[in-house]
Design a protein around this ligand. Structure first.
Ligand code: HEC
Length: 114
C-alpha cells in the first residue's frame, strides 16, 4: 500500500511537471518558424543556421554573377527588424508579427542552435 502511495505520488509529480513545461521549447518554436515562416523558408536562402549561402551563380553578358544570401547571425536587432519589415529585390516580403520576428532573431543570433 505504501509503495502504491509513493508510486502514485511520483506519477502525480512528474505529470504536473509535464503540464508546467511548455509544449515545445522557445528554441524549437523559433527553429520551426525559421524553416516555415508562412512563405519560403529562411533556411532555403540563409542556410540552416543563418550562416548565409550562395543562391545561384550564372553568366550574364560574359560575367559571372553570384547571388548570395548574407549571414544573418550577428546583426543588431534594429537591422534585423528593418530587413523583415521592408521590401527587397531578391528576398521575399513576409508578413510576420513582432513576436515572430523576435523569435526568428532569437533563433539565428543564438550561439547554441538545436
Ligand atoms: C529567396 C531567398 C531568401 C529568403 C527565402 C530569405 N532571404 Fe533574407 N535575404 C536574402 C537576400 C538576397 C538578402 C540581401 C538583400 C536583398 O537583396 O534582398 C537578404 C537579406 C536579409 C537580411 C538583412 C541582412 C543585412 O545584412 O542587413 C535579413 C535580416 C534577412 N534576410 C533575414 C531573413 C529571414 C529571417 C528570412 C525568413 C523569414 C529570410 N531572410 C528569407 C534572401 C532571402
Amino acid at each position: 500500500m505504501r509503495y502504491l502511495l509513493i508510486g502514485s505520488l511520483l506519477f502525480f509529480l512528474s505529470w504536473t511537471h509535464l503540464l508546467g513545461e511548455d509544449f515545445i521549447s522557445k528554441m524549437e518554436y523559433a527553429k520551426m518558424l525559421y524553416s516555415n515562416p508562412r512563405g519560403i523558408g529562411c533556411n532555403k536562402c540563409h542556410g540552416e543556421k543563418g550562416e548565409g549561402s550562395i543562391i545561384a551563380e550564372y553568366m550574364h553578358k560574359n560575367k559571372k554573377v553570384r547571388l548570395e544570401a548574407p549571414t544573418i547571425t550577428n546583426l543588431s536587432k534594429e537591422r534585423f527588424f528593418h530587413a523583415l519589415t521592408t521590401q527587397h529585390k531578391v528576398m521575399p516580403t513576409y508578413f510576420l508579427t513582432w513576436q515572430e520576428i523576435d523569435s526568428l532573431y532569437y533563433y539565428v543570433s543564438s550561439e547554441v542552435k538545436k
